[in-house]
Design a protein around this ligand. Structure first.
Ligand SMILES: C[S@@+](CC[C@H](N)C(=O)[O-])C[C@H]1O[C@@H](n2cnc3c(N)ncnc32)[C@H](O)[C@@H]1O
Length: 240
């Protein structure tokens, strides 16, 4: 079953997700760091390090949002990072950030749908996506598009929430994720749905082996799942 942010609206998931991120764009970075106690920053760093060995020159950051993962990818010293996202609001916050940090010649942010990428086949050395795939309307279509624009031998790195499994951490985390986080998120973002949608979408999203087997099915090789922080998030990698 598709998990939607706004259950009383008739628009499809893609439109609702774009509306939701447009609504919360100005509070997104602040809430991210607050609600994760800054751990999201460490997770992005870890994920980007997994690309060091292939020294990618052209990197595509899917669902780039306000650009934090794209900025972290500059540590790999690429020629260029392209970020795509369906939310103009998130991209605008990202563009301001890049301008302030004088990074706008290294990173370009473009409005675009991950399920229909505006790039030719085999263009990128690496494709990265942080907390994006869970929001796709059609997961397999989005992942297949990533495979198409990645060059043979290129690497995909996906960072996404997963479900902690071990007692009692699982129970403690679930209490926080389902009760405290939505209340804090709603109060600060003023969006009624965004931080209720977050735990709901994580619950119904494939993680661990379930996710790597989708990557396998789509043609990625040597797929690996690396759980982070007792399984709150995971990094998935694969090679084309
Ligand atoms: C949770 S944010 C993640 C942003 C950023 N990657 C980060 O690490 O903070 C998810 C982003 O995915 C974008 N998104 C969702 N579906 C998308 C799609 N089909 N194509 C492109 N972007 C999409 C949303 O607009 C949103 O900006």
């Amino acid at each position: 079953m598709t998990v939607l942010p706004y259950k009383d609206k008739e628009s499809g998931k893609k439109q609702q997700v774009a509306d939701m991120f447009n609504n919360i764009s100005h509070k997104y970075d602040f809430l991210n760091h607050l609600l994760s106690l800054g751990i999201d920053i460490r997770w992005r760093k870890k994920a980007i390090k997994l690309l060091k060995e292939i020294q990618p020159k052209q990197i595509l950051d899917i669902a780039t949002g306000t650009g934090d993962f794209a900025i972290e990818a500059l540590k790999l010293n690429p020629d260029h990072v392209t970020g795509v996202d369906i939310s103009e609001g998130m991209l605008n916050v990202g563009r301001e950030k890049l301008k302030k940090r004088k990074l706008d010649d290294k990173i370009s942010l473009t409005l675009g749908d991950s399920e229909n990428l505006p790039f030719e086949d085999n263009k990128f050395d690496a494709i990265i996506v942080a907390f994006g795939v869970r929001n796709f309307e059609n997961l397999e279509k989005g992942l297949a598009e990533m495979f198409r624009v990645l060059r043979p031998g290129g690497k995909v790195v996906v960072l996404e929430f997963s479900k902690p499994k071990s007692f009692p951490f699982k129970q403690l985390f679930n209490f926080y994720f389902k009760n405290i986080l939505p209340t804090l998120g709603k109060t600060i973002s003023k969006d009624n749905a965004a931080y209720t949608y977050l735990p709901e979408s994580v619950r119904s999203f494939p993680d661990g082996k379930d996710f790597t087997s989708i990557l396998d099915k789509l043609g990625f090789k040597d797929t690996v799942c690396k759980p982070l922080t007792l399984g709150i998030s995971s990094i998935y990698t694969g090679i084309k």
